[in-house]
Design a protein around this ligand. Sequence first.
Ligand code: PXL
Length: 271
Amino acid sequence: MKHVLSVQDLSCMGRCSLTVALPIFSAMGCRCSVLPTTVLSTHTGFPQPHRRGLTEHIAPIAQHWQQVGASFDAIGVGYLADPRQAEAVEDVLSRFPALTVVDPAMGDHGKLYSSITPEQVAAMARLCKKGNILLPNVTEAAFLTGLPYRQSNDLAYLKELNAGMREFGADGVVITGVSGKDGKIGFFGSAGQEEFSYETDSVENHSHGTGDMFAAVLLGGIMAGKTVQDAAILAARFVERTLANSPKASPHGAEFEKQLPWLCQQLNSVM
Ligand code: PXL
């Protein structure tokens, strides 16, 4: 059984980050260990969550894992609260060689989340250099590459964003949140020499945590033997189904649990 490490915050309520990653990895047949980087009462979409950073615990946890001989097939990194945390996670990545997927969760719709500083963007850029696969949305790719943000599916622009992200050294990049024509939404990506794109119907249902669902399904798909492109398509279809079958814009996040049986079926049909 593949062993995945999920490195991101634990938002105790409001589906996102670890509370999404754990059940998805389990449903996809992976053993999932966790490195919670911050505990929050809720994600930051609720007003004034209580939060406790766990930055100083990251290195001792990783050291203990080394003492007990832990190893991982893959590591998925998501939302991190500040630059010190990003540095601590960089250190974890250097201790455990594994396929590393970095989702530089920092913003959306052309803006950084309120808690994200320019120093955090620089720290995430350093972390991206350690990733084998990078999963920015268009906003994050623009901030990381220094290119202007455009809500556009212009191919030349997407190729430029993708090329800028590939300069971090990853073998694969999937840029999510690309707005298409006729209300479509999709991704543009590359793996090795190949570029690819995909669109689904855009469901008018903005919800926290859908990027975290995408990242978990993508990594679970790769662990199940899929290519980056096929795993990204599976992830996009999972998020589309989830949003289409959830109450609109609930702060508690989208009801991905109802789609887990479908996800298992998709894997079983190819395994
Ligand atoms: O889904 C990304 C995310 C993760 N963790 C926390 C967040 C968010 C997005 O708002 O607030 C704490």
